[in-house]
Ligand binder design. Structure first.
Ligand code: HEM
Length: 461
């Protein structure tokens, strides 16, 4: 294991673990790698997994690196994931790193809160995600999916799957989350979200017209205005969309969330739901396009339901589809890395790290470690089947939805939406990728194909 000069964040302290003596520093990626990373920043975005694997192989389970947002420390492996996500010693803040990344665009979203405020708002926000609420959303979702797919041509069509699915998930989200049919507003809202997400990842935070960050702030204003105009109506009505349910929800003292809190949570929820689900459905389409056996198997399973649309009970019977979704989330976790900032000094694996350290755990890396997965680069949904259950080797080896107090609030919603869309898609179309096509993936900030994933949708007779 290599080490370089010590910085205050790495001053060795007595570790008490025995196997690492004091005097061991957190290994840093060397100058050559740093220069390489700088020159290939775009490359790292695209192929984060290779970069992380090389760091882990070369330097071990704890590695310091300098990035565009300053210095950070990677902790590799499922034990590290559990330590950071469960955070039993209350060391880590999710708010601090996420505020640095998206705080000006999505302030006070649930992930950008810590401690008591987070716990209180999260409890209230469970109300729109009960099984009964989800059942209602799914019924509405099914109607919309049916309507959208029915509009597709009855002849084979080439489609770029990412924008196609993105539009569909946004239309669904607008109806279910906001209780509105977007109509011509769909393009505006799509654009607003795209700009907000781009701005939150923007390195140049320039608030002048023409700059990415400025466009993101305008997107936020559009979204907040759109919600504010409907707030009073949702508070007083008895609607069953997510916005209405959030307005009606009460905390343990019977108090509702305040106006601004609702607007901020809704803006964040729409973003959290939209890009992640689109990313998952796109990666799924790619894998099913090149693995025709699995596509046929999933279609047969859907046909066996004898239901053109699937409700919650039917979805729970789609077992192969569930494994395939899990395998896709293993290979292409929409959030490849998860950041935290330490609020106190701590020790991990014999290394002493100080308060203020940005700590990064990597679902994408753990999901490809041979310690936990057989032939990890192979697309093999059966690894999630009861015979093998590779995901149960460790509680934190499969973490596409995070874990601990910030575990994804929309996990069940996402699972239902992906199943509902895929069920209808497979009953209507064959998904065909070009021969020898390999999807060029950009892994950060959200995993997605850089070419939009061109495919043919061939209607089934
Ligand atoms: C396949 C789709 C999805 C994936 C892979 C995903 C992934 C994640 C991950 C990894 C986190 C934790 C981030 C961290 O700890 O720093 C998270 C948090 C969150 N997600 Fe999702 N998500 C998905 C869909 C959704 C949907 C559909 C919704 C809303 C309906 C949603 C709402 C949230 C919220 C509110 C949080 C913050 C929870 C908290 O801080 O307590 N997500 N998601």
């Amino acid at each position: 294991m290599q080490s370089t000069s010590t910085t205050p964040a790495e001053q060795p302290q007595s570790t008490g673990t025995g196997h690492r003596s004091s005097g061991v520093h957190v290994p840093k990626t060397g100058l050559r790698e740093m220069l390489g990373a700088l020159l290939a920043l775009g490359g790292m975005r695209r192929d984060m997994l290779t970069g992380l694997t090389q760091q882990h192989e070369r330097y071990g389970p704890v590695v310091a690196q300098r990035g565009s947002k300053g210095r950070f420390v990677h902790l590799f492996g499922a034990d590290a994931n559990r330590f950071v996500l469960l955070d039993r010693e209350r060391i880590f803040s999710a708010r601090l790193p996420w505020m640095g990344i998206m705080g000006e665009i999505f302030p006070n979203g649930l992930l950008l809160l810590d401690g008591d405020r987070h716990a209180r708002d999260r409890r209230v926000m469970h109300a729109p995600f009960t099984r009964q609420a989800l059942r209602g959303y799914l019924d509405r979702m099914n109607v919309m999916i049916d309507r959208t797919l029915a509009r597709q041509s009855s002849r084979p069509t080439r489609v770029r799957m990412f924008p196609f699915l993105k539009r569909l998930t946004l239309e669904v989200a607008a109806d279910i989350f906001l209780g509105v049919e977007l109509g011509p507003d769909v393009t505006r809202m799509n654009q607003a979200f795209e700009r907000m997400v781009a701005a939150s990842m923007s390195r140049m935070r320039v608030r002048l017209p023409g700059f990415e960050f400025h466009r993101g702030l305008r997107g936020r204003r559009f979204m907040q205005q759109f919600l504010r105009e409907r707030l009073e109506d949702r508070r007083s009505g008895a609607g069953t969309d997510l916005f209405s349910r959030l307005c009606q929800a009460r905390d343990a003292d019977g108090q509702p969330l305040g106006d601004q809190a609702i607007l901020d949570h809704m803006t964040f929820l729409m973003m959290a739901a939209h890009d992640t689900t689109t990313s998952t459905l796109t990666s799924l389409s790619f894998e099913l396009g090149r693995s025709r056996d699995w596509q046929d198997r999933l279609r047969s399973e859907s046909l066996a339901l004898r239901e053109p649309v699937a409700d919650i009970d039917a979805i729970e019977k789609l077992q192969s589809m569930t494994w395939t979704m899990r395998e896709t989330l293993r290979r292409y976790p929409p959030l490849p890395v998860i950041p935290r900032i330490a609020t106190q000094d701590f020790e991990w694996d014999g290394f002493a790290l100080s308060a203020g350290t940005m700590v990064v755990i990597s679902p994408i890396h753990t999901h490809h470690m041979e310690t936990y997965w057989t032939d990890p680069f192979r697309f093999d949904p059966e690894r999630f089947g009861p015979g093998r259950a590779e995901d149960s080797v460790h509680s934190h080896s499969w973490i596409p939805f995070g874990g601990g107090s910030h575990v994804c609030l929309g996990k069940r919603f996402a699972e239902l939406q992906v199943h509902a869309i895929l069920h209808q898609l497979l009953l209507r179309f064959e998904l065909i990728a070009d021969e020898d096509y390999d999807m060029p993936v950009q892994q950060a900030p959200i995993s997605k194909p850089t070419d939009g994933l061109p495919m043919e949708l061939r209607p089934l007779s």
